[in-house]
Every structure is written in structure tokens, then in C-alpha cells.
Design a protein around this ligand. Structure first.
Ligand code: DHB
Ligand code: FE
Length: 285
């Protein structure tokens, strides 16, 4: 059967992608950010999954204000990197896993979560920057990716509680897939940042680190935090963090298994306008 072996959490700041693509990773400002992912790239090479279920948010690239799915699963065979205003990033096309994605859609929808099925979609920095941070600059991404887009841009956004429950349904779906696949689930976006309005530039390192502590040790309690607290404490774009609860909900301990092993934790301020947070949690074998 397919199994979820680990979850990865990381910010997706677009300027990180630009720093990589423009060869600026050695500059002092960026060195400190990329240093936090050196371990992660080695770990990825040693723990290569077959498929990554990548929870991210689209930034009005694939979806506009015309259609706003709360939860959208990418069932296509391929996804092209998208225009973000500067042209698409020079990164490989993303290869999907239509069979597993369709199975997850079937299972999760029958488990009472209403997903939008997306058979054609471009993917923006929300998805490609986490891939770059974890894999560097390969000619092809070394695993298949199921993109799972969450609306955290246009209100109303889903609650952390619903995201956490959805992660549990995704775990049930993966574990009922009849093929021996190593699957990781990634939760991306965050941490605190606000890109607009009077509080633009807001960063709350204390709240972010408390979020990381609770994500590890008290995810069910953390899932009860209302969206207004994210916005008040972590800024208007800090709400991206509810996506991390989808990945955390899919870990074994939430279904009564052993607690995950924290293999890596990193936090750094700033990258562009954002506090960068990163965690790797392994399910004990
Ligand atoms: C920044 C962060 C984001 O999450 C994003 O989508 C765009 C910009 C930033 O820090 O500049
Ligand atoms: Fe973002």
C-alpha cells in the first residue's frame, strides 16, 4: 500500500526563487536563508519519495477572482510553471500522478470534503519555490507531484480546524491506494508576513516559533486557532499557515500512531517581507 513517510513545511517567498534563478544564493543576505536548507537537500536525496502531495496556494495565477476553489486537487499528467509577472521561472515542468490524485479525490470527496478537480493548471511560486528549496536546481524534479491548491487569498478562507481534518482524510486516502508508494506531504506558505496596508512588513517571530512548537507537539490544539488570530498576529498573508495543518493532519500520530521525529527545524528573518520557517517531520517506520 502507499504510505506517508514524512511531512515537510516551508515558506514559499518568490524572491527566494528569483535569488536561485539569478545565481544570488551566495550573497550574504541569501546565504543565511539557503543555509537552512542544506540539510534538507541532503535529506531529500536520502529519503527520495515516489510522490509529493504538495499543499500550496495559488496567487491569482491559475485561478482569478472569477473562480475561487477552496480546495483544488491537480489530477493532470503535467503542470507548467506559471507566469508571475516576470515570466515563468526557469524550472522543470512538474510531473503529476493522475492515478493517485484521482484515487485521493474519490476517497476524500466520499469522506465528505468537497474538492475541486483540476485537470489543467499552471503552478506558481507557491509550488515551485518549495521544490527549489528542497531539491536545488535539477534538470527534472526527482519525484511526481500532486498539487493541492488552497484558497488563502480571497476571503472566506478555510479554518485551521477544517484543514487539519482534511489532512486526516488525505492520509486515509493515501493508505488505501493499492500500490507500494513512498508519499510525502508538504505544507507550504507562511510564516508571518503582511504585504499590504498600514501593517505591511509585519513579522512576529515569537508567534511563529510558538506555531512551530505547537505544530510539532500540539497540532490538534493549534488547529483550534481561529483565522482572525493568524491575521492579527501573523499578518494578512500569515493566514497561509493554515495549509501546514493539512500536512500535519496526515501524520501517523493524529491517527493514533507514534509521534513524528523532528529531523530538521529552521527559522530565519527576513527573506523579502517574510519570516522563513521550515520543518521536516518523519513518521517512525
Ligand atoms: C512575499 C511572500 C509571499 O508569500 C508571496 O506570495 C509574495 C511575496 C514576500 O515576502 O515578498
Ligand atoms: Fe504567498
Amino acid at each position: 500500500m502507499a504510505r506517508i513517510t514524512a511531512s515537510v513545511y516551508t515558506s514559499h517567498v518568490p524572491a527566494i526563487g528569483a535569488a536561485l534563478d539569478l545565481g544570488k544564493t551566495g550573497e550574504p543576505y541569501w546565504q543565511k536563508v539557503f543555509a537552512g536548507y542544506e540539510f534538507s537537500k541532503r535529506w531529500m536525496r536520502e529519503h527520495r519519495p515516489d510522490v509529493v502531495f504538495l499543499v500550496y496556494n495559488d496567487h491569482a495565477t491559475a485561478f482569478s477572482l472569477e473562480i475561487i476553489p477552496t480546495f483544488a486537487i491537480g489530477t493532470a499528467a503535467e503542470f507548467a510553471p506559471a507566469d508571475e509577472g516576470y515570466g515563468p521561472r526557469p524550472v522543470p515542468r512538474v510531473v503529476g500522478h493522475p492515478e493517485l490524485a484521482s484515487h485521493i479525490a474519490q476517497s476524500v470527496i466520499q469522506d465528505d470534503f468537497d474538492l475541486t478537480i483540476v485537470n489543467k493548471m499552471d503552478v506558481d511560486h507557491g509550488l515551485t519555490v518549495p521544490l527549489s528549496l528542497m531539491c536545488g536546481q535539477p534538470d527534472a524534479w526527482p519525484f511526481k507531484v500532486i498539487p493541492f491548491a488552497v484558497n488563502v487569498v480571497q476571503y472566506p478562507v478555510p479554518s485551521g480546524r477544517r484543514c487539519f481534518a482534511l489532512g486526516q482524510a488525505i492520509r486515509r486516502a493515501v493508505e488505501s491506494y493499492d500500490e507500494d508508494l513512498n508519499v510525502q506531504i508538504w505544507g507550504t506558505g507562511g510564516m508571518s508576513h503582511q504585504l499590504q496596508g498600514a501593517r505591511a512588513g509585519l513579522i512576529n517571530a515569537e508567534w511563529d516559533n510558538r506555531f512551530l512548537d505547537r505544530l510539532i507537539a500540539d497540532p490538534a490544539g493549534l488547529a483550534q486557532v481561529p483565522h482572525v488570530e493568524y491575521v492579527r498576529e501573523a499578518g494578512s498573508e500569515g493566514i497561509e499557515l493554515v495549509m501546514w495543518l493539512i500536512a500535519r493532519g496526515a501524520m501517523a500520530d493524529v491517527a493514533g500512531g507514534p509521534p513524528p521525529r523532528v529531523v530538521h527545524r529552521f527559522f530565519h528573518v527576513p527573506a523579502s517581507n517574510t519570516a522563513v520557517g521550515h520543518l521536516i517531520l518523519e513518521n517512525p517506520a
